[in-house]
Design a protein around this ligand. Structure first.
Ligand SMILES: Cc1ncc(COP(=O)(O)O)c(C=O)c1O
Length: 379
């Protein structure tokens, strides 16, 4: 078979590769990108009752009205975005939302600013649309918040879109209000839309979440239920944007997806209406684990780490121990710990490892013990 040229620049995700390797025997997995909790009980009940009444058919393309109303209400109340149900598409995870947003805006050779290190999907999705990802650096020295000067320097007349992500994967950074406002003002004054990926917004330990759309009208906000409500397998996300952008994205969504899973939409609605306690409990557990992993990291010789204020990843600097890829492989083979090399998230991730604390305290303690033993043996 002869495959399309657009795939030639796309590699299988670095994270997926580590997952395959993690299946081997007695390893401790610190590479997980999903909460290890169940979904809210009300969501389980909603799925069961939906199934019993055969709620298993296509839904409206944009998603069921009750869910879109509930999302719009949440966006108005929590994110202070002037949202209406009409301006929302319920998608198959935030992943689909990112895909249709990029496909709707990016033309061949257009440039899209992407964070480096940043979530693995951004650059491949830009390339699939024929665009060119242009990295902007997130540095440890600035707490992994983007600098305005750096962003400005990366703009060109071909820049079509700026992708932002707070709380950030893999860094755990939660952007300050000042950073969010600064970027929003820059985007507005340059007339470049923002694509804001806010999937970790509920998983915050210090600081507050600020939505870009509050400060920049031309913002496409992507969010979902995978992280906040531990629903990764139910594949439910959403996108909010000004009406005309939603109508364009809908053209793609309706042909590639038609509508998302009916029962998952019921689960998401129940989560928004009754899942608050569940989120709080989960975040409290994550915070304890965050504190535990930070204590363990502080015991590692010559390793520095910015405290993650959100998400469930620590992103320590192991540059003293050589390349991320080689270190991750050595840890897997010799210490039997799976971690994700920082380079899976871009060139600026070199020297770093992403350690997920979305796993039990026992796993964190044992995984970190093995890492320390390995590093100590390096002298
Ligand atoms: C920053 C970020 N955005 C989007 C996603 C995709 O989420 P979903 O499961 O909703 O497709 C992830 C998943 O790891 C993520 O980390």
């Amino acid at each position: 078979m002869k495959f399309a040229q657009r795939l030639s620049a796309i590699d299988i995700s670095g994270i997926r590769k580590m997952f395959e390797l993690a299946k081997r025997g007695d390893v401790v997995n610190l590479a997980l990108g999903e909460p290890d909790f169940g979904i809210p009980p009300a969501s389980k009940e909603a799925i069961v009752s939906g199934l019993e009444r055969d709620f298993t058919h296509y839904t409206p393309n944009k998603g069921i009205a009750e869910l879109r109303e509930a999302i719009a209400e949440k966006l108005r109340r929590e994110n202070r975005i002037d949202a209406s149900a009409e301006d929302i598409i319920v998608t198959s995870g935030a992943s689909e939302a990112l895909h249709i947003a990029i496909l709707a805006l990016v033309e061949p050779h257009d440039e899209v600013l992407v964070p480096d290190p940043g979530f693995v999907s951004y650059s491949p999705l830009v390339r699939l649309a024929g665009g060119v990802p242009v990295s902007y650096r997130l540095s440890e020295e600035s707490g992994f918040e983007p600098g305005l000067e750096e962003l400005e320097a990366k703009l060109s007349r071909r820049t079509k879109l700026i992708i932002v992500n707070s709380p950030g994967n893999p860094t755990g950074a939660v952007f300050s209000r000042q950073t969010v406002r600064g970027i929003a003002e820059l985007a507005e004054s340059e007339g470049i839309p923002l694509l804001s990926d806010e999937v970790y917004e509920r998983i915050i330990y210090e600081g507050e979440h600020h939505s870009f759309a509050r400060y920049c009208a031309e913002t496409i906000t992507v969010n979902g239920f995978s992280k906040s409500y531990a629903m990764t397998g139910l594949r439910l996300g959403y996108v909010h944007a000004p009406g005309e952008a939603i109508e364009e994205m809908l053209k793609i969504h309706q042909y590639v997806q038609a509508s998302t899973v009916s029962l998952s939409q019921l689960a998401a609605l129940a989560a928004l209406e009754q899942g608050e306690g569940h989120v709080r409990e989960m975040v409290a557990r994550f915070k304890k684990r965050r504190d535990l992993i930070m204590r363990e990291i502080s015991e590692l010789p010559e390793v520095t780490c910015t405290v993650p204020k959100g998400a469930f990843y620590a992103f320590p600097n192991f540059s003293r121990y050589g390349s991320s890829g080689e270190l991750a492989m050595a840890l897997l083979e010799q210490a039997k710990v799976v971690v994700t090399p920082g380079t899976a998230f871009g060139d600026a991730g070199e020297g770093y490892l992403r350690l997920s604390f979305a796993t039990s305290e026992e796993n964190i303690t044992e995984g970190m013990r093995r890492i320390k033993e390995y590093l100590d043996a390096q002298g």
